[in-house]
Ligand binder design. Structure first.
Ligand code: ATP
Ligand code: MG
Length: 578
């Protein structure tokens, strides 16, 4: 399969439906708000904290930020928001970079590489903090964290001023410098913005903007023992990078006044210039039957409830990739769910349908028998090998044909035979006729069992004049049409049939214990067979196995000679009926 996973392809996929973010960008353009010499009309950024693997929710943010930049001829920066050194690492940085690229986006364009780290701004952030202190907009508080929290008050009740709120500027400046110099212990002092302890926005009640932390940072090492907090860092990083539209999820709505306050004060003191970036919030993605909290994903990994971060059942993007979802299908999914201002749940079936719709068009077809059962055609010549053929893709003759041979002994799927057929079963049972796809019509004559009564082989006779594509085939009307492999040429393969990881649509809603909702049947491994034409296929190659669904060769474990396939999804949604 050819991978057309480039930015041009993405442009084609980019959402074209209008939404409130696009309307804002267009209104800003009409007012020439961001007409700046030498800069693109819009600059967005995707700002992950490198403290875990990206999940499907992040894909929404990536598609929005990079997608809008492409649509409006702008650029999107990748910025690591790395101000919490305890939890961050380069392992996560590397994984995030490769995942963004895999999704088809790039932070490098004709004007250079737009890869940034908030930690690159530590000097500048520190200088800006000093300017705020000098202008009387920030002070050192020497109370402990619990006291500061208690004084912040409740939603409908004003907070209390700290006794250090009116500390002289020179004293705050001196303490701040000594904090930086490492003279104090963690928690002894913090730097707070001086805003309004009675604000209806709790975030505006003199938020802490710097704290002492004696921890090693994955990029700056031990150079710093004070670290800036998110609300101070994020808006300034946006401004330094000349971001125009700072897009984030709704939980930051109450932080927007603080975002604007910090930037406005820095303009007043001459540290920053207009036009400033503006924050716009959109609804986060909530996906049914999935968990998207990094903390809970970590719990699944640490308690060995899944096989690592890239377990194909995990809604991490490394897991989704290993499962076999294509980048195009993820972008299609993000396009379909759109951008809204109201929180909602997206059904897992929307994601699954996106990969079906993507792969239906481009995945080559092949035959796989997941649970092999021997079928013997008793009236078939012993050494005969009847050549048969099938299209690689039913709608794309240009993709060519597959050739295989029908022999006396074959493999069929156990599910296609029933010793005691239930009502409505049209496939193999004694006395019934079915067509072997691309081959002959056969009639089942009997079956063998072992001492436990398990069926070990099925017997049938074939009709020599019934071959598909010949005139005689029209004389046979059968309801069942089953796939098969010749036992002479079938290639063994491990087949991992995955299903949703949770049985409950909202596994962690309302404080529920999501571990109780784990689907015990989410992984079945079988030793199956596939057709010879795909014996040497590379890892990460996608197929539709006829009648079974979409599969991919496992990225990690599949090798020529030892094939491993993952089931991505079945051909149809079977969950709605459960
Ligand atoms: P978690 O809550 O799982 O730790 P996070 O939001 O803290 O995730 P970040 O690395 O800070 O993770 O997120 C980077 C960007 O991705 C942010 O702009 C954030 O708003 C966005 N994002 C995170 N989760 C979602 C989601 N479920 N839907 C849409 N955007 C999301
Ligand atoms: Mg975060």
């Amino acid at each position: 399969m050819t991978e057309k996973n480039t930015a041009t392809q993405t442009e084609h996929n980019a959402e074209t439906v209008s939404n409130f973010i696009r309307q804002k960008i267009e209104a800003d353009a009409a007012q020439h708000k961001y007409d700046r010499v030498g800069l693109p009309p819009i600059i967005t950024r995707f700002p992950p904290e490198p403290n875990g693997y990206l999940h499907i929710g992040h894909a929404k943010s990536i598609c929005i930020n990079f997608g809008l930049a492409q649509t409006y001829g702008g650029r999107c920066n990748l910025r690591f928001d790395d101000t919490n050194p305890e939890k961050e690492s380069t392992e996560y940085v590397d994984s995030i970079k490769s995942t963004v690229k895999w999704l088809g986006f790039d932070w490098t364009d004709a004007t250079g590489e737009h890869l940034h780290y908030a930690s690159d701004y530590f000097e500048q952030l520190y200088a800006f903090a000093e300017k705020l202190i000098e202008a009387g907009h920030a002070y050192i508080d020497s109370q402990d964290a619990d006291t500061i929290r208690a004084q912040r008050g409740q939603l409908h009740e004003a907070g209390q001023n700290s006794p250090h709120r009116d500390r002289p500027t020179a004293e705050s400046l001196d303490l701040f410098r000594r904090m930086k110099a490492g003279e104090f212990k963690e928690g002894e002092h913090v730097l707070r913005a001086k805003i309004d302890m009675a604000s209806s926005f709790i975030a505006m009640r003199d938020p802490v903007i710097y704290r002492i932390r004696f921890v090693h940072h994955h990029r700056t090492g031990d150079a710093w023992c004070i670290y800036p907090l998110y609300d101070f860092t994020h808006c300034i990083s946006d401004a330094i990078e000349q971001v125009t539209h700072s897009l984030c999820t709704l939980e930051f709505e109450n932080n927007r006044p603080l975002y604007n306050w910090v930037l406005a004060r820095l303009v007043e003191v001459g540290a920053l210039a207009q036009p400033l970036p503006e924050q716009t919030e959109f609804a986060r993605l909530n996906l049914t039957y999935a968990i998207t909290s990094k903390r809970k994903l970590l719990q699944l990994v640490e308690e060995n409830l899944v096989d690592g971060w890239d377990d194909p059942r995990m809604m991490t993007l490394v897991g989704i990739r290993r499962r076999g979802f294509t980048p195009e299908s993820i972008r299609l999914f993000c396009e379909r769910i759109g951008v809204s201002k109201a929180d909602s749940w997206i059904d897992m079936s929307v994601l699954e349908q996106a990969v079906r719709d993507d792969l239906d068009e481009k995945a080559p077809r092949a035959v796989a028998v997941l649970k092999p059962l021997k079928l013997i055609l008793d009236n078939y010549p012993v050494d005969h090998a009847e050549p048969c053929k099938a299209p690689v893709h039913p709608h794309h003759p240009e993709m060519g044909e597959r050739h295989f041979e029908l022999t006396r002994e074959l493999w069929i799927d156990q599910d296609d035979f029933m010793a005691e057929p239930v009502k409505g079963f049209f496939r193999l049972f004694v006395g019934n006729k079915v067509r072997l796809r691309y081959g002959f019509v056969i009639e089942c004559t009997g079956f063998d069992t072992d001492e436990h009564g398990n069926v070990t082989a099925v017997h049938a006779n074939y009709f020599a004049d019934s071959k598909s594509g010949t005139e005689g085939s029209n004389n046979y009307k059968v309801k069942g049409n089953i796939h098969w492999l010749s036992d002479v040429s079938a290639v063994p393969a491990e087949i991992r049939v995955y299903d949703r990881l949770f049985n409950d649509a909202h596994p962690d809603a309302g404080g529920k214990d999501f571990l109780q909702a784990l689907n015990p049947d989410s992984k079945h491994i079988t030793q199956g067979m596939v057709e010879q034409s795909i014996a040497n296929v590379a890892a990460e190659t996608h197929f539709q196995f006829e009648r079974h669904g979409y599969f991919v060769t496992d990225k990690v474990d599949s090798k020529a000679g030892a094939l491993v396939f993952n089931r991505i999804v079945g051909l149809k949604d079977t969950w709605q009926k459960r």
